[in-house]
Design a protein around this ligand. Structure first.
Ligand code: NAP
Length: 487
């Protein structure tokens, strides 16, 4: 039976977990976590700082050698068990996630199952780490190429997917044999605390994963980067913070994986099946209340179908029920914090000042809670701020185009390149456009591309490296080549 959220929260750790023990912050400080649907404080956690950070990274470094020596099959089985436990407890984890983050329960369940899949996928990858053995071209040497864990890893995640963003990092790190220090987002740290205990229950030994929650990210992460003990940093979050971390990591030449911001174009050609395109745009726009790096930010629609498409999209958007995500029947939850609503308000105001028309929504919904009405804007000017900024809210901004060349040029007119979407009934046309889009991922007649078995990641300022898929584990492996002369 699913416990009440009060009981689930009461059973969570303190916020700092080092060498298998939950601890208070060395400073004695704490910080609060809020429910975005009510504004209420739901938990008070230990507020980590530099001393806690040092203890955590020392622990990770001390355990690295022994952990790397644990057989891959054993590491695999820990991940497999963690997958099974998450699936068993999907309702409980979803309730916790909705309470701290806001997304409707059905979406939270979806994220738990999606996040759990990273544990299953990497359980399967752990036992398939490959090397290479061959003769040199001149026949004089034997080349033996092995893959070793990169070493202690720093993991940092954003607030918008409290489970999937971290299982996507812990899965491959455990599979590869890396120890970890982890700083969750301060807005939504509770799901991480749950997962920390769940991994211990699944058999992850003490000291392999340390967690330090904090209200002052830099005071924990910078000491980790400068410790000389971490060998890699894997970050998911905004491009701005990612650039700061890249600069900091350059000081110690740390390996980095960067999953950064997006500004996804969503192209609807005139021959698209509009029913498919509408389902896809609703998924790509409204998943997570629009608070996703993969969210359709600029919806480019062929001029001959834009009026029909906009009307039908407005009908779909205006029929959504906005409210507390824990309540049955809610389609759209609150935004994560009050300033997120202010940001969306400003973007819509700017678009309207520059000539956009509001077909539905267009305003905040009175609280308590951080609610904004599902909104459709049409005739959005290409120079409106909404075109160059991640909206991170339930606002669909529509722009007309006349030719495929124009659509591709508009789509690529951004420094970001995470995901793009194209809707057309012509395979040839869709494939040609997909090849021309500057993006790490393309959804062709679909609004959902995320899959643990596929490589997730971006080009340009959307990031470096890929998570998941056949290459996801490589981010946590170092290649070693041994040369043996042939005598
Ligand atoms: P954010 O502000 O960049 O924060 C991400 C993480 O970095 C949080 O844990 C944050 O801690 C921490 N952080 C902030 N400043 C830091 C610093 N100076 N040093 C070290 N860590 C620091 O991003 P967000 O608002 O949480 O998330 C939204 C962004 O993430 C969007 O841009 C979205 O596109 C991107 N995102 C990308 C992907 C992807 O896979 N490409 C997936 C999801 C989200 P605090 O919580 O304490 O601030």
């Amino acid at each position: 039976m699913t416990r009440s959220v009060t009981d689930i929260i009461a059973g969570l750790g303190t916020g700092i977990h080092i060498d298998g023990q939950w601890r208070q912050a060395s400073s004695g400080k704490t910080f609060d976590v809020h429910n975005p649907a009510t504004g209420e404080v739901i938990a008070t956690l230990a507020d980590g700082g530099p001393d806690d950070a040092t203890l955590a990274i020392d622990t990770a470094a001390n355990h690295q050698k022994d952990w790397a020596a644990v057989p891959a099959r054993d590491r695999s089985e820990i991940l497999r068990r963690a997958y099974e436990l998450l699936v068993e407890r999907v309702d409980e984890v979803a309730l916790l996630m909705t309470t701290e983050m806001g997304k409707p329960l059905a979406e939270a369940r979806g994220e738990v199952l999606y996040g759990a899949e990273f544990f299953r996928w990497f359980a399967e990858e752990a036992v398939r780490i490959r090397g290479d053995a061959r003769r040199s071209p001149d026949g004089k040497s034997r080349f033996i190429v092995t893959q070793e864990p990169v070493g202690p890893c720093i993991l940092i995640t954003p607030w918008n997917f409290p489970l999937a963003m971290i299982s996507r990092k812990i899965g491959p790190a455990v599979a590869a044999g890396c120890t970890m220090v982890y700083k969750p987002a301060s807005l939504t740290p509770l799901t991480s605390l749950y997962v920390t205990d769940l991994l211990a229950e699944a058999g992850l030994p003490a000291g392999i994963l340390s967690v330090v929650c904090t209200s002052s990210a830099g005071s924990v992460v910078e000491p980790w980067i400068d410790s000389g003990k971490a060998r890699k940093l894997s970050f998911t979050g905004s491009t701005g913070v990612g650039k700061t971390l890249l600069e900091q990591c350059a000081r110690g030449v740390l390996r980095t994986s960067m999953e950064l911001g997006g500004n996804a174009p969503f192209i609807v050609c005139e021959d698209a099946d509009l029913d498919i395109a509408l389902d896809a745009v609703m998924a790509a726009k409204m998943r997570n209340m629009g608070e996703a790096c993969t969210a359709a930010n600029r919806i480019l629609v062929h001029r001959t179908v834009i009026s029909d498409f906009a009307q039908r999209l407005s009908t779909r958007m205006s029929s959504l029920t906005v409210g507390d995500g824990t309540v049955d029947g809610t389609d759209v939850g609150p935004l994560v914090e009050p300033k997120a609503v202010t940001k969306v308000e400003k973007l819509v105001g700017d678009a309207v000042e520059r000539g956009a028309q509001v077909l539905t929504g267009g305003s905040r919904i009175d609280g308590p809670g951080n609610f904004y009405a599902p909104t459709v804007l049409t005739s959005v000017s290409p120079d409106a701020d909404v075109m160059s900024t991640e909206i991170f809210g339930p606002v669909a901004a529509l722009v007309p185009f006349d030719t495929d060349e124009e659509a591709v040029a508009l789509a690529n007119a951004t420094e970001f390149g995470l995901v793009s979407y194209v809707m057309t009934e012509s395979v040839d046309r869709g494939f040609t456009i997909a090849e021309q889009l500057e993006a790490g991922m393309v959804g062709f007649n679909t609004g959902l591309v995320s899959n643990p078995a596929a490589p997730f990641g971006g080009v340009k300022q959307s990031g470096l490296g890929r998570e998941g898929g056949l290459t996801g584990i490589d981010e946590y492996l170092e290649t070693k080549y041994i040369s043996i002369p042939v005598r």
